[in-house]
Write a protein that binds this ligand. Structure first.
Ligand code: AMP
Ligand code: MG
Length: 408
């Protein structure tokens, strides 16, 4: 049996890297940067006012209150024309360029507008007050976004501020299929005896969509050698990665293993993890193939532990795995000490603000209902075997709990 860590290491080492190219800012969300984005100009690109008020020479305000002559009005987007000289001030709006000569802004609340172009400055300010200096946010040469970053909305905003479309990795196209004679379309209203609806493909399609990668959906393939052969060949011809579910466990009567052996160079692994022990990995026509076990929660765990990191790695992402935090186990649990066990848990806050984890329902690998309500895996490492209420536990977050509601 392989350890989880060895399996992950082998998979990542085998994944090809995708090519990269420049994309528009508007198309960059969710993409992974292939090189750092470096500023070529300062932000702000000019000294400007942080307040609506009056641009002044700070030393003029030392003896405040003081009356100054108003030169002109400068709105955001316009350019000052008059130099501020001792005894004068310029009316200025937030974001408008600082006029020459001025070195501070007095906010409008600290002034009184007088008759005939005079203003009273009621407070004294030091040089630089309420001025946003050129380059105060970013200076040329600053790295705006590092290489290997999956771009969030906040990164896209930074890119927009500097006007640079980033160089990002191509997206891996992923072909998916479900295998098994018992599997029927989710839209099936009345299940024939012995059949079950295909939840795996819905899960895979949704997780891949969340990851932002294109999907080629080959549907459900029955346990027929010719159909399987044709489907795997089509998948490999049309995608960068193939993911199928079902047919890779020990006691199978079906043809998936036989066809994978015949078409590609695929190994059948037993990984010391639960759920998700049986697993196929290799290539078909040079295209990486993941054969995930059919039980829906095994499919989820295998996707999370192997497929998602592998796809991120292909894109050159630096962070491949979900965030793990320390929390508290809220109940006693006994697990298989020879495996890394992933318990589906729901989280509550204790009085110290730590997460307390309790199982979200049944833990068998076919029990999907407990997956939908879970927020994290409580990860019980090999060699532990049992946890008691109050013990520290590693929580691998696949969803952060919803925030506050209004009525608390
Ligand atoms: P297998 O890995 O093919 O031996 O399947 C293991 C279990 O997962 C069996 O109970 C299958 O019926 C079930 N299963 C396989 N594929 C799917 C699927 N696409 N959706 C839901 N359950 C599945
Ligand atoms: Mg099967």
């Amino acid at each position: 049996m392989r350890s989880l860590e060895d399996a992950q290491g082998e998979i990542l080492a085998a994944m090809p890297r995708l090519a990269a190219g420049r994309v528009a800012i508007s198309a960059s969300l969710g993409r992974v940067t292939s090189e750092p984005v470096v500023a070529h100009e300062p932000i702000p690109s000019f000294d400007n006012s942080a307040m609506d008020g009056y641009a002044v020479i700070a030393s003029d305000t030392e003896s405040a209150p003081v009356d100054l002559v108003v030169n002109e009005d400068v709105a955001a987007g316009s350019v000052p024309e008059v130099r501020v000289t001792p005894g004068t001030a310029t009316r200025i709006m937030t974001g408008a360029p600082m006029p020459e000569g001025a070195d501070a802004v007095v906010k409008v609340e600290d002034t009184d507008l007088l008759e005939r172009g005079w203003v009273t400055i009621r407070v004294s300010v030091e040089a630089g007050r309420n001025v946003r200096p050129v380059g105060g946010d970013v200076t040329p040469g600053d790295v705006i976004v590092a290489s290997g970053v999956k771009l969030s909305a906040r990164h896209v905003a930074s890119l927009a501020s500097i006007g640079i479309g980033p160089v990002v990795a191509d997206l891996p196209t992923v072909a998916i299929m479900s295998t098994g004679d018992e599997i029927v379309d989710p839209d099936t209203e009345h299940l024939a005896p012995g059949t079950i609806r295909d939840s795996n493909r819905a899960l895979l399609r949704s997780m891949l969509t969340e990851l932002g990668v294109p999907v080629v959906d080959l549907g459900i393939i029955g346990d027929d050698p010719d159909d399987l052969r044709a489907a795997y060949a089509e998948a490999a011809a049309n995608a960068d990665v193939v993911v199928s579910t079902g047919g890779v466990s020990m006691g199978d009567y079906d043809y998936v293993k036989q066809i994978l052996r015949e078409l590609g160079s695929v190994e059948f692994w037993r990984v010391a993890m639960q759920p998700g022990k049986p697993f196929a990995f290799g290539t078909i026509d040079g295209v990486p193939l993941f054969g995930l076990p059919g039980n829906p929660v095994s499919t989820f765990v295998s996707f999370e532990q192997f497929v998602r990191p592998a796809l991120l790695h292909m894109m050159g992402a630096r962070n491949l795995f979900r965030t793990q935090i320390r929390g508290t186990m809220g109940e006693d649990v006994h697990t298989n000490e020879h495996k890394t066990v992933f318990l589906r848990v729901m989280l509550a806050h204790d009085t110290d603000g730590r997460f307390v984890a309790v199982r979200s329902g049944g833990q068998s690998s076919n029990v999907l209902s407990s997956l939908a309500n879970a927020e994290a895996f409580a990860v019980v490492p090999v060699g532990v075997g049992s946890l008691s209420a109050g013990d520290d536990v590693t929580l691998e977050m696949f969803r952060w709990p919803e925030g506050r509601t209004l009525d608390t």
